[in-house]
Design a protein around this ligand. Structure first.
Ligand SMILES: Cc1ncc(COP(=O)(O)O)c(C=O)c1O
Length: 427
């Protein structure tokens, strides 16, 4: 159960005291997150000091409405030029003809794509929740909100990937308006060509939600779906892409880009948080200049996977090296998985949970190596953490609940976390 009472003691304070106290507590929380917790949550990252130095909330004072060349507000040249620079860099990195970097999150970006390119009542194909489909992609989530009729995409549990031949057959059978690809649990790339062929044949739009692996595609270690002929990319910018929160929508057809921009300007975006864009542009420029961080991320996931398996934990696709930043450790039912997550949190390790794709009702821990790679963690440090993780999870399973804060397995995990963080670059 998540605590929600941390600020009850200051809720009634005078504004000056409340502001000072909040500032102090924010500093404390930021310090804890940077220096006392190891974040192996697969959908998170950290801004490097260089990216942070271009982050200034003053830029978000004004709304800057409309297309870059025709902003409604005065004093918009800086904002418009930043929009142009960021989308130019996104186009270079993702080999796209157009890119829109203004939307605040990929959930909203997916909603924008549905609203721009489909009509309520249309059929779309999308990944099922139990196969790792995100709420902004799948049945019961954002597309249902927009009144779309959603058919689940087939999944290959043995290969932990889209069942591409079955998906192509489903496209031919249902003739959907749109096919939503990509998932929250992505252990490796899907085969896209049969899906793209079937979609082209039947007139379906293909959209790949790259949120989790955007930084890996940008760094050249995960296939760029645009190369396989996918029409549109949507993505979060703060996961493997390592920028601030936000979204990018990109594609290869300029007419589609013009339609999307007109839709966004006309119906979905008034203000935007401009302060995000310099850091996003800076992160994109790093990928344009090389893929070292992306390569290190996948290599680190391979080391983590091997170390968890060697320590006696089950991992999905145990024989293969990692092909993304993610490693999934199946645990069991949801309660057991929550207990495992809570145990790791006590050990100062932040790791998420996910359904085990292809095994409805089964859950596991989803680790991600991207933040550790970003702060320069060495594989050997992560291996030591993996051993402490295994001991803590075995202890939790045996007890049927997370051990208390003073349990030796918890304390050992904290020590391993601190030792691993001590080897990283300050930031
Ligand atoms: C596949 C996928 N799409 C969209 C999102 C949502 O991204 P955002 O947090 O930018 O809304 C996620 C987040 O985990 C995701 O995994």
């Amino acid at each position: 159960m998540t605590r929600t009472d941390r600020f009850d003691d200051i809720a009634g304070s005078a504004a000056d005291d409340l502001q000072a106290e909040l500032a102090e507590r924010v500093r404390g929380e930021a310090h804890r997150l940077r220096h006392e917790r190891l974040i192996l949550y697969a959908g998170a990252n950290i801004l490097t000091p260089a990216l942070e130095s271009a982050f200034d909330a003053t830029l978000s004072l004004m709304p800057y409405m409309g297309p870059p060349h025709d902003k409604e507000q005065p004093g918009s040249d800086f904002a418009a030029s930043l929009e142009i620079l960021t989308s130019r860099l996104a186009c270079e990195v993702f080999e796209a003809a157009w890119a829109d970097c203004r939307l605040p999150s990929c959930t909203i970006a997916n909603l924008a794509v549905f609203a721009c390119f489909t009509t309520p009542g249309d059929t779309i194909l999308a990944p099922a929740a139990s196969d790792g489909g995100h709420l902004s992609q799948r049945r019961g989530g954002t597309p249902s909100l927009f009144g779309l009729d959603i058919v689940d995409l087939p999944f290959d549990a043995a290969g932990q990937c889209l069942d591409a031949p079955a998906a192509a057959a489903l496209i031919r059978a249902h003739r959907p308006r749109l096919v939503m690809l990509g998932r929250s649990v992505m252990l490796g790339p899907d085969t896209l060509e049969p899906v793209v062929s079937a979609a082209r044949e039947t007139g379906a739009l293909t959209v790949y939600d790259l949120s989790h692996v955007a930084g890996l595609a940008a760094g050249g270690v995960f296939p760029n779906p645009l190369r396989a002929g996918v029409d549109l990319l949507t993505m979060s910018t703060y996961k493997t892409l390592a920028g601030p929160t936000g979204a990018i929508v990109a594609g290869t057809d300029p007419e589609m880009g013009a339609r999307f921009a007109a839709f966004v300007d006309g119906a979905l975006l008034a203000n935007q948080d401009l302060s995000r864009l310099p850091a996003l542009a800076g992160a994109l420029a790093e990928f344009r200049d090389g893929g070292t961080y992306a390569r290190r991320t996948v290599d680190l996931a391979t080391s983590l996977k091997a170390a968890l398996a060697a320590a006696g934990l089950p991992v999905l696709l145990p024989e293969a090296p990692a092909q993304s930043h993610q490693v999934v450790v199946p645990i069991g039912d949801l309660d057991a998985t929550k207990a495992a997550m809570a145990a790791l949190e006590r050990g100062h390790l932040l790791v998420g949970r996910c359904p085990v794709p292809g095994e409805p009702g089964s859950h596991g821990l989803r680790f991600g190596s991207q933040l550790a790679a970003r702060i320069g963690m060495a594989p050997v440090s992560l291996t030591a953490v993996a051993e402490a993780v295994a001991t803590l999870l075995h202890t939790t399973r045996a007890a049927g609940r997370a051990p208390t804060d003073d349990h030796e397995a918890v304390l050992a995990c904290r020590r391993a976390v601190m030792a691993a963080l001590a080897t990283t670059a300050p930031g």
